[in-house]
Design a protein around this ligand. Sequence first.
Ligand code: GLP
Length: 238
Amino acid sequence: MDISIAGSELEFDQIAGWKIVGQMLEKVDSVIGLSTGQTTGAMHRMVAELHARHPFDVSQITLFGLDEVNEVPSGFPATCAELLLDEIVRPIGLPLANFLMPDADCGRIEAELQLRGGIDLLMLGIGTDGHLGMNMPGTPFESDTHCTKLRGEMEHRIRSRYVYPEPNPLSGITLGIRTIMRARHIVLVAKGTHKAEIVERALKGPIVPEVPASVLQLHPNCEFLLDPEAGARVRDMA
Ligand code: GLP
């Protein structure tokens, strides 16, 4: 496992942004998966900035979101799709037919990804409880794309950040762990002191469903990109 600790948050965003751009340049019909949240917004905007400065062809690139909240009106500003559209999809002018999100028909995105040749690069965030996408602790490693109830940290975070239409119970749709593990290349990205402990558990702890991110220890081509704070407890591995 390759572990890189960037020198600063800005350097982290630049390295992460260039990984996405590099993939797009290397293979013009790349299929790239993205995560939403505080960690990834700036790196998506970095891709948009690089593309604006040095335009390149993205007409055959596929971008998709790893997960989506359910039961909110379409166009609701806090959906993962809207965030990705704002941060990266529209700014680089990706054809909307090449932007995919998981939906209630869970098999659809699985089939679509396969049709497009499988996932070349998956940029993964991590929750402080080790969740990947919306694969919460305890999710079986052999899960495919599925609907999931949002609870604990994730429900709290989403509800506190956005005013959600009440009284919706929050639920979501996420690529499953098996689907994630099929990606040819995974970059797990984490920023901030609050991620240091879970990064250490994911990398050094036992591989158990209670810590979904621990499964990445089994992936043949996964790297961790961390900022100095998130990497504080794994400096010996970098
Ligand atoms: C969220 C999302 C994940 C994301 C992770 C980290 O709940 N479902 O896709 O990667 O948790 O989010 P953040 O970067 O805001 O800490």
